[in-house]
Design a protein around this ligand. Structure first.
Ligand code: SF4
Ligand code: SF4
Length: 292
């Protein structure tokens, strides 16, 4: 089952929840994969410390113009939604960094003046993370994408990651924060979206936006409150009003903060945190109908 872990903004504990869900499932001996689609700032690897076995480049096709064949008709500029190609006087100008590689201009050109050339936008690394359990080492499969520096095109990397995800009992996908295209591309087609939030007015505001986006994707949604216990009730009231289930509340804890700051896997060391994650796994199994 594919569980996308998302949040309206960064810093809510999304990666902590995603990493520890995958790790705990792996520790229980179940097939699990952690997939980091937060390609602009992937950091799940800092905790899982995977051994990378394969690296694939991600390229998009960008147009190249053959001036001799171009009749300056301007059709390429008209079809480009991203202003990556435009007519200036009677000359075609290209802005490759804006190009999404959609192919529209190649097809629109009536004279065959446009050909494709690949542009490297990032890479996908995959391998295995080994987690020590009392009865031996357990494996969690690992995939993450890394967008090239100064590159503004995360969606092609996310799209390629999604094509690589193998069937596992637990596919835990760490989504990019926010509500933009990259979050939508990550959550689309998942069996369930877990939205991680915090009990503050800012947390509520971002949660409302994220819920609206996920509901449009027709993916069932539930909430995890991280660092709960602030006394602010706006988040619970919103969830009750919207009929959104709060699947878990993770209390603020110095122990958890210490383990996190060392870059370690929290379920390995904190019994209290592990039991919250166990409860979450159980509810996810029930809500997605994958309970045995
Ligand atoms: S491939 Fe698509 S995005 Fe790129 S220049 Fe052509 S129409 Fe625009
Ligand atoms: S569509 Fe083709 S022929 Fe027309 S301006 Fe663009 S490159 Fe030139």
């Amino acid at each position: 089952m594919k569980i996308a872990v998302a949040s309206g903004k960064g810093g809510t504990g999304k990666t902590t929840v995603a990493v520890n869900l995958a790790a705990r499932a792996g520790l229980r001996g179940e097939s699990a994969i952690y997939v980091d689609c937060d390609v602009e700032e992937p950091n799940g690897h800092l905790f899982l410390k995977p051994e990378i076995e394969e690296i694939r480049r991600v390229e998009i096709p960008v147009p190249v113009i053959e001036d001799e064949k171009c009749n300056s008709c301007g059709e390429c500029g008209k079809i480009c939604h991203f202003n990556a190609i435009a007519m200036i006087l009677d000359k075609v100008l290209l802005f490759p960094e804006l190009c999404h590689g959609c192919g529209g201009c190649f097809h629109a050109c009536p004279t065959g003046a446009i050909t494709e050339s690949p542009r490297d936008v990032g890479k996908i690394e995959s391998g295995k993370a080994y987690i020590d359990a009392p009865d031996g080492r357990k494996v969690v499969e690992f995939i993450h994408g890394v967008l090239n520096l100064n590159e503004a095109m995360p969606v092609p990397v996310i799209r390629d990651i999604r094509k690589m995800i193998p069937e596992k009992k637990w596919v835990v996908i760490d989504a990019p924060p926010g509500n933009a295209c990259s979050m939508v591309e990550t959550v689309r087609g998942s069996d369930y979206a877990l939205l991680v939030t915090e009990q503050t007015p800012f947390g509520l505001n971002d949660l409302e936006l994220a819920c609206r986006t996920v509901k449009e994707l027709d993916v069932p949604v539930g909430v995890v409150i991280n660092r709960s216990g602030t006394g602010y009730t706006g988040v619970s009231e919103f969830c009750a009003r919207e009929g959104i289930e709060i699947l878990a509340a993770i209390p603020e804890s110095m122990e958890v903060a210490r383990i996190y700051s060392r870059g370690d896997i929290i379920v390995n060391e904190s019994g209290q945190f592990a039991s919250v994650i166990d409860g979450l796994l159980k509810k996810l199994e029930e809500r997605t109908g994958s309970a045995r």
